[in-house]
Write a protein that binds this ligand. Structure first.
Ligand code: NAD
Ligand code: UDP
Ligand code: UDP
Length: 336
């Protein structure tokens, strides 16, 4: 005689598998620029339930207004430096100010957000058996001495400078991710994001693309910080979101660079914005801030091979999409 044993309870508890219900996804920092675009994409899938936890430091409810009240969506005012108890299958952990003026505003808080915030989200992932993705940054390469930057490069970061709260904070966050993975078997994913731009960026957040577009629309000089020959590589937000979801759904822990390898000097960027948006404005050179990286360009070989991902939107095509959004928010109509 045979007895049928009940199937073992899933361990660690995976909510969607256990209850055969939707995939429940937490997005920390989901009221921010990249986070809100990620939420839009996740909500398109009817099998997803999305919970956003955000303290609204640099994000806003406005970015999520179309989802407020939706039965598959929940918004929690929460600071990730405090413990969070929710039951989820996946965590996209984005909470952290990304613009230098905001992360330097309260540097101790920036470190707490990166270190204690990531520790809490890892503790949560451990308790519920969730997979967790960290949005790290190209800033972990500091002022890079290797160009373009592959993931194997360990970086050149000043540990005591004014940018360190962010750079070193993200480096510790990556360390915590790998230690929880090795020590507790947590499923981790690390994206190293390079400069990203698009609609919904804070208009006056000081980042270069948002500054130049707002300046061009207001008819103010474009402020190129000295020397102007420093480079960045700009990724349009829809490409970024696509890369983040592929990384989460794939089998590789990373770190994986997600960015657009098209590299521009800040003077070239200013010229392009001027040509596309307002040929009348002047370009003005202004003082720079300390420790500004001189060059930055992702090596995306790994993203191509492991995720089948590469960016599709060129800077010249992405800038007009952002211009449209900024025109609406600034109330500046297009001249015919
Ligand atoms: P953002 O400032 O628009 O969004 C960050 C969000 O996190 C905001 O909604 C903010 O209110 C929230 N937040 C900040 N501290 C928090 C805390 N302690 N608790 C809860 N919420 C908190 O920035 P973004 O450009 O959307 O960046 C998102 C993520 O991507 C960040 O982790 C950032 O480090 C990373 N990243 C962005 C870029 C980029 O170019 N945008 C580049 C590299 C890395
Ligand atoms: N944590 C959390 N939500 C949870 C589980 C844990 O915010 O659902 C926090 C917890 O408060 C702790 C951190 O995550 O500060 C690390 O948790 P872990 O269990 O790994 O470590 P311990 O609590 O043993 O220090
Ligand atoms: N920058 C500039 N003018 C501005 C703002 C920034 O020339 O109004 C330069 C800045 O010196 C840096 C680059 O643009 O070299 C990117 O700066 P941002 O703050 O956008 O991002 P990050 O330094 O984090 O890459």
């Amino acid at each position: 005689q045979t007895t049928t044993k009940p199937p073992p309870l899933p361990s660690p508890l995976r909510f969607s598998k256990f209850f055969q219900s939707n995939m429940r996804i937490l997005v920390t920092g989901g009221a921010g620029f990249i986070g809100s675009h990620l939420v839009d994409r996740l909500m398109e899938n009817e099998k997803n339930e999305v919970i956003v936890a955000d303290n609204y430091f640099t994000g806003s409810k406005d970015n999520l207004k179309k989802w407020i009240g939706h039965p598959r969506f929940e918004l929690i005012r929460h600071d990730v430096t405090e413990p969070l108890l929710v039951e989820v299958d996946q965590i996209y952990h984005l909470a952290c100010p990304a613009s230098p003026i905001f992360y330097k505003y309260n540097p101790v808080k920036t470190i707490k957000t990166n270190v204690i915030g990531t520790l809490n989200m890892l503790g949560l992932a451990k308790r519920v058996g969730a997979r967790i993705l960290l949005t790290s940054t190209s800033e972990v390469y500091g002022d890079p001495l290797v160009h373009p930057q592959p993931e194997s490069y360990w970086g050149n970061v000043n540990p005591i400078g004014v940018r360190s709260c962010y750079d070193e904070g993200k480096r510790v966050a990556e360390t915590l991710m790998f230690d929880y993975h090795r020590q507790h078997g947590i499923e981790i994913r690390i994206a190293r994001i390079f400069n990203t731009y698009g609609p919904r960026m804070n208009i006056d957040d000081g980042r270069v693309v948002s500054n130049f577009i707002a300046q061009a629309l207001r008819g103010e000089p474009l402020t190129v910080q000295l020397p102007g020959t420093q480079t960045r590589s700009f990724c349009y937000v829809s490409d970024m979101v696509d890369g983040l979801i592929r990384l989460m759904e794939g089998e590789n822990t990373g770190p994986i660079n997600i960015g657009n390898p098209g590299e521009f000097t800040m003077l070239e960027l200013a010229e392009t914005v001027k040509e596309l948006i307002n040929p009348e404005v002047e370009i003005k050179k202004v003082e720079n801030t300390p420790d500004d990286p001189r060059q930055r360009k992702p090596d995306i070989t790994k993203a191509k091979e492991l995720l089948g991902w590469e960016p599709k939107v060129k800077l010249r095509d992405g800038l007009p999409l952002m211009e449209e959004d900024f025109r609406l928010r600034l109330g500046v109509a297009k001249k015919n």
